[in-house]
Each structure stands twice: as structure tokens, then as C-alpha cells.
Design a protein around this ligand. Sequence first.
Ligand code: ASP
Length: 337
Amino acid sequence: MDKKILLIYTGGTIGMNSSENGYFPQKGFLQELLKEIHVLRNEKMPEWELLELDPLLDSSNVTVNEWNKIGSIVKENYDSFDGFVILHGTDTMAYTASALSFTLENLSKPVVITGSQIPLFEVRSDGLDNLVTAMMVAAEGRINEVALCFGNKLIRGNRSTKVSTSNLNAFSSPNYPLLADIGTQVYYNTMIPQKEADLPFRVQHLDKIPIGIIKVFPGIQFEYFEEIMTKSLRGIVLETFGAGNIPGSADAILPIVKKAYENGTVLVICSQCLKGSVSLGAYETSVALKNAGAVCGYDMTTEAAVSKLYYLFSCGYDVQTVKQKMEEDIAGEITRI
Ligand code: ASP
């Protein structure tokens, strides 16, 4: 195949070695492993090069720094490769996929993120299947967006979420159809149109914006969260019950949300349910949030909401614009109903 793919290894199980303290990412280890895998040099495979991030990280240690590093690598190599495969740990893969879907603006090439539940060096590894499929998707060029390839699914990056610690089909796309089913072939969903990149490709640098996630639970005492909600954080994703409901009387949360709003903190309402959309105002229990200026996250995953907050604040928008754009679809991450 006359296509050329850049593999970017960030760390994560797929390329890890083992030690008495468990699996860990080791510099150069994946490069050596890949040399032994002959199928990667099969004529049906694209040409490829591997680049490793320094340091390699278990993905639980990934921050905006790594999202910026990946963005810079894609940018520097954009014209030299037909597609990009990012090898990443599964724990925060959905966050990285979401973040890149925002920061890699006007993509006209595939960026496919993958990894594995079992390291490549182990005999039962799922890594080779995932890697080979991700490389083929990146070479085929049928998609020009950030996608997550894992098990039998190709998922829009900002619609993905990790749903299993152990299943080899570890990711789901709860609120959006799959980009492709992966079986004996990659069956692309032709109903999902790919956007034309009308402007030149660019990468938005992300800043370390103070952002938080608060998951409500029965009996939550909001007063203990007041300080961080009103002073410390610029963006908060509130994971509410069902379609956006919060426990307690409206009197408990309303003043805090109002204070947060006055302080310029953007409060985004997402749901603890995997499927479906937030609908603020549908129940009495969510009216307070709406009235106090909270933003509706509709069917966005928490991963998409968090990375979108990083992105919009890093773009330098004022609070009103951030709030407005949080409710708009900017990279296929939200369906408003
Ligand atoms: N802890 C690992 C990581 O996220 C898990 C994995 O890759 O599956 O880097």
C-alpha cells in the first residue's frame, strides 16, 4: 500500500513491559516489539514510522501537556503522512480523543486513537488487532476526524467513553451511531457524513484551566462545595441524575449556582446516565439550575464536556461565549433535541 502512517506512542498498556510492580511503559520497548511483528510489513499494510512521547505515560497521568504534545506532533508531520494512529492507555483514552477532536481544527486526514487491554507482548493481547485495524482506517482515509478504534467499534472520538475495565470491547458510543462496525471488514456507516475541511488545518494550544467534575449523590450537601464552585474553578461539569435533576431543595443549590455565575464559573449539566440527554426544566428539580444560568450539556459525555471547557477557555472566549458554545455542536460532540 502506498500510504504512510505516523504512529505516536504516548504510553499505555499496549506497549508496556512488566515488572514486579506491574505493567509500566518503557522507552524503546514497543519499537523493539513491533520489529518482530511481520504482519506490520505485509504489502497490504501502509508504510509507517513510530514516534514515542517522552516521557511515556500510563494514561492516568495524561494532562493537557500531552494533548498539546500530540497536537504539535500531528501539526509538524501533517503534510508528510496520510493519517495518524495514536497509541494510548485506555483509562483516559476517551478524554484524549475528545480533547483532540476540538484542538485539531479543520482536519482533512484520519486521526485514530487505539490501545489495548492486554499488552502486545502477552500471548492473548488484543493490541495487534486494534493496531492493525487502526492503521488500516488511518490509511484508507474514509474518515477525516478523530476516531477511537477498539475491539469491534470505530467511534467518533468525542462520543466515546470507557465502559469496561476488562472486556476487550472496552468502549461505547452511547449517544451516537458507530462510525464503523469492525468485523471481517471495516463496515463504515455511510449515513454519517464527513465534514469538508474548508479552512487550513490548525492546532489550538490548551492551557491548564482549573476545571472540576462534581457527581451528585443522594444527600449531597452542596454547601461543602461552595468554595470550589464559586471561587476556585472556571468550569464545572455537574453530573446530575437522569435528565438533569439534582437532589435537595432548590434553595440549597440556587444561591451557589448564582454566585458561581457571577464569579464567571461555567456550570455544565451532564447526566450520570450513559444514554440520553439532559433536559433542563423538564422536572422541578432541574428548574433551579436553568434559572440560575447553568449550561445544558444535552447528550455530551463528561469527557467531551471537560475537554470542551479546556478548549473554549484556551481559545480566549469570554464567559458568555463559552456558555453559548458549550450548548452548540462544534465538533460533532452534541445532539440538541
Ligand atoms: N492504566 C493503563 C493506561 O491507561 C490502562 C490501559 O492502557 O489499558 O495507561
